[in-house]
Write a protein that binds this ligand. Sequence first.
Ligand SMILES: Nc1ncnc2c1ncn2[C@@H]1O[C@H](COP(=O)(O)OP(=O)(O)OP(=O)(O)O)[C@@H](O)[C@H]1O
Length: 653
Amino acid sequence: MPTETFEFQVEARQLLQMMIHSIYSNKDVFLRELISNSSDALDKLRLESLRDDALGADTSDLHIAVEADKEARTLVVRDNGIGMSYDEVRDLIGTIANSGTAKFLQELKEAKDATAAEGLIGQFGVGFYASFMVADEVTLLTRRAGESQGTRWTSDGAGTYTIETVEDAPQGTSVTLRLKPADTEDKLYDYTSPWKIREIVKRYSDFITWPIRMAVEAPAAAENPAGDSADGSADGEAAAGEPEVETLNSMKALWARSRDEVSDEEYHELYKHISHDWNDPLETIRMQAEGTFEYQALLFIPSRAPQDLFMRDHKRGVQLYVKRVFIMDDCEALMPPYLRFVKGVVDAQDLSLNVSREILQQDRQIQLMHRRLAKKVLSTIKDMMAGNPERYATLWREFGRVIKEGLLSDFENRDAILGVSSFASTHDAEAPTTLAQYVERMKDGQEHIFYLTGESRQALENSPHMEAFRAKGIEVLLLTDPVDEVWVEAVPEFEGKQLQSVAKGEVDLGSEEEKKEAETEREKRQEEYGALLTWMTERLGEDVKEVRLSSRLTVSPACVVSDANEATPALEAMYRAMGQDVPHAKRILELNPTHPLVSALNKAHGERSGDDGAALGETAELLYGMALLAEGGELSDPSRFIKLMAERVERSL
Ligand SMILES: Nc1ncnc2c1ncn2[C@@H]1O[C@H](COP(=O)(O)OP(=O)(O)OP(=O)(O)O)[C@@H](O)[C@H]1O
C-alpha cells in the first residue's frame, strides 16, 4: 500500500495546536503518557496470549525501552506489546473518539487564564498528542501481535499525517520523537539527558509493572559525582563509557506497600496512569483485607467529573489485578454504578488469572468485596464531610448527582447515602444543607421534610407552591437534578421524618391552634365557594380531577398540585422518555380565595344568568393555564390559551 496522507480531524487539529503552542506548562508529562500507553499495550498482549494460544507472540521479555540519541536529538519509546493494526492506527491516532471533545475545546477557548486552561486539559488528558509539546515530528511504527505487516504513522502535528505499511516492523510499538531544541525557560528540557529521563520515569512511572529500560554509558565519575546510578538498577556490569542497560522503575505495586512507604505524589501518579486524568485526585482510599479472601485496594475519587459520566458507554474506573498481574479494566463487578466515578486498583490474591467478567459477576467473594468497597467509599465521604467540608463540597458538586442514584439501587446503603447527601434549600442561597441539618432546624410542630422538584432553583423559588411556606418561614429543599424526581418517591423518610413535596396533597402548616383556626376558616370559605368549585370541577373535568380551595397560596390566584401518591408530570415524562407506558394522572387545581381574581370569579358565577357560562368557562380555563405556567409546566393547547388571553386583553383596552 502506498503512503497515504490524511488530514487531522478538526477537533484533533485544534487540540494539537494548543499542545504545540504550549498551553500546558509541564511538558515532562509527555513521557509519562507514552509509557502509560506502552504499559497498557503490554498488559493487553499478556492477556491476549493467555486467552489465545494461536497468537504466537513472544511474551518472554515484555518490557519498555527508552532510547535517547543526543546527536540526532531523538527520543524513542519502544514496547513489545500488543501493537496496532493499520486500521487501529488510522482510527485511534489522528482522530479523537472522546465524545466530549467539542464541548471541552469550547471550554478551553473560554478559559480565563493559563491555570484554568491547565486544569481543563489536565482533566481531559491528551495521551499520545502530548508528544507534540516536545517534538516537531513524531513517528509511530507498530505491528500488531499475530499480523505480518507493520504500519508507520508520521506527522509534524501541523495539519496532516501519513500512514504507510511496512514489511519488517518488529512486533509492538515504537514512538520516535524528533525533539525541539531545549528551552529551559519554557520548561522544555533536554529530553536526551539520561538524568532527565531517570527523573521523569522515577517521578511519574515508578509503579509501572513492566521494566522500563534505558541503555546508558556506564556512569563516569565526572558525569555522576554521587557515584550511584540514580535509583535505577544496573542490569549489567560495564566499564566506564560502555553501554549498560539500566531498569529505571522499581515496579513495586503501590497498593501492596504500607502507607508510610509511599508518598502522596506516588499515589497520585498511579491515579493518573489509571484514569488518564492529569490532575491530582481529590481523595485516595487504601484498603487491605486479610484472611480467607485476601485483597488490596487503592481507590481514588477524582477532583472533577468527566464529560461522559452520564453517557451510556461510560467506563467504570476500577481495574482488577490478580496477584499483581493486570486482568481487566473497568471491572463493573467491583463497584456499583452510582460510584462509577471512583478509579483505582483492586488486587485479589485468590482468583484465577483466567477469570472472566461473567464469573466475576456471580462470584460470592467478589460480591462481598463489592459491598465492602462501596461501604468504604461511603464512609470515606462521611469522614470527608466532617473533617474537610471544602473537599466534600467539591465532591458533592461534581458527583452528587451520580451518588443520589444509589438511593434507588443500593437499599442496604440507603441511610449511609442519605447521610452523605446534601441539597439546595431555601435556608441558604449558596450553601447546600444535609438532611440532619434540616431536621435540626425544623420548626416546632413541623412533622415533614418539605421539598420541591423542578428545573432550576429560580423556577422553584418562584413557584406558587412555595408561597405559604415562605410566608411561614418553613424551609423547603429545592431539588433540581433529574434523579431527584425519582428518589424522593422511593425514600419514605429520614430519621423518622417523612419527605413531603410542597406540590402534592394537602398542606397544614403551623401550630395546633393555627391549624384549628385555618380549618374553621376553610369551612366558612368552602360554603362560600362550594358552588363555584363544583361547577369548575365539572367544567375542567377533562384536565383536572378536582378544583378545591388552597391553603398553600398567599399571592397567586391558583396552582396545580398532584395527589399525595401520584407521580408528578416531570416523573411521568421521564418514564415516558425511557419507553415506559405510564397512565396520565389528572391533577388538582387549587384556588386562592383571598385573590381578587378568584373572589370576582365566584361573584360572577353566583350572579351568572343565561349565556354567561361560556365566558366564565373561558376564565376557568385561563386560570388553569396560568397555574400550569406558574409552576413551569406545559399547556396542552398553547394556541387556544393565547387566543383567549388576547381576547381578554383586547376587551380591556
Ligand atoms: N504503545 C502503544 N501500543 C498499542 N496501542 C497504543 C499505543 N499507544 C497508543 N495506542 C492506542 O492508541 C489509542 C490512543 O492513545 P492516546 O494516548 O492518544 O489516548 P488514550 O491513552 O486512549 O487516552 P487519553 O487521551 O485519555 O490519554 C490508545 O487507546 C491505544 O489503543
